[in-house]
Design a protein around this ligand. Structure first.
Ligand code: A2P
Length: 272
């Protein structure tokens, strides 16, 4: 496993399991347990995914020490609008069955995010969060954040995949010491990306699947990647990406294989 060092010296495993759209219950518990049994040490959830309790159970059942796991959750828009970041954080901790998270993110730049950021800084100083960051922040949101705070977010989790590489935001984050995490890294649920013949062709050279090629593309871009799967075989496959290296030509061809369009909502027209 490769690691990235965040701007406060906390290290994050560069590959994690995403659990977006996996409901509370056995499906999420199993996915988390399978991931941890197969070498994952990083789980990415959010309050709005509605599965924090199952993530907590999966971690507890895994037998892996909590301190060896990097756990991320996110502050939901409604809680931002209602100025209840601190209460929402306590509720997330309770559901997760832990007394700290490794990374806490503002999920979207919803109205009131500036106050939420200040609350998150307090929470960080209280010692129950190892790093704080944002998600779905465009460059203009980050510029606004720098006007009100001198705490640089440790991470910005944004949509990124060969379909929508989001290179401008990534370049800006790198310039400012903000680690980038890619959501929908495989092109999202029901996406067409993984059926691209170009990806299959590149994979064939290395004995890898299209999904593995795309995960490798993210890793070589220096981005944290959190592919979601509820299938044990795919969870295993998605971490088996540390024994090959894509060439520069492969990297360009992978980016060219994408649709050029977002698969998710834009932070600029999302209805918060
Ligand atoms: P499933 O959970 O049924 O395995 P993203 O991470 O971009 O949101 O995309 C995840 C989508 O890709 C999910 O629909 C997931 O479905 C599917 N997926 C995850 N890993 C693989 C894989 N190795 N091969 C094919 N599809 C995959």
């Amino acid at each position: 496993m490769e690691f990235i060092t965040l701007n406060n010296d906390v290290t994050i495993p560069q590959l994690g399991l995403g659990v977006f759209q996996t409901p509370e219950g056995e499906q999420t518990e199993n996915a988390v347990r399978w991931a941890l049994a197969n070498g994952y040490r990083h789980i990415d959830t959010a309050k709005v995914y509605g599965n924090e309790e199952s993530v907590g159970k999966g971690i507890a059942e895994s037998g892996v020490d909590r301190k060896d796991i990097f756990l991320t959750t996110k502050l939901w828009n409604e809680d931002i609008r209602q100025h209840r970041a601190k209460a929402a954080f306590e509720e997330s901790l309770r559901r997760l069955g832990t007394d700290y998270v490794d990374l806490y993110l503002i999920h979207w730049p919803a109205d009131g995010w500036q106050d939420a950021w200040k609350d998150m800084i307090d929470l960080y100083h209280d010692g129950h969060i190892r790093a704080i960051g944002v998600s779905n922040f465009q460059i203009h949101h980050l510029e606004d954040l720098f006007k009100i705070s001198d705490v640089v977010p440790a991470a910005n989790q944004i949509e990124s995949s060969p379909d929508f590489p989001n290179n401008e935001v990534i370049a800006y984050c790198k310039e400012h010491g903000i680690a980038v995490e890619a959501w929908s890294p495989l092109g999202g649920t029901g996406g067409k990306l993984l059926s691209s013949p170009a990806l299959a062709e590149i994979g064939a050279k290395y004995g890898k699947s299209a999904a593995q090629v795309v995960i490798r593309w993210h890793l070589q871009r220096g981005v944290v990647v959190i592919p979601k799967s509820v299938h044990e075989e795919r969870i295993c496959q998605n971490i088996d990406v540390f024994d090959f290296t894509l060439t520069d030509a492969d990297m360009a061809a992978i980016e060219a294989a994408g649709s050029g369009h977002r698969n998710g909502s834009s932070p600029d027209d999302f209805d918060f």
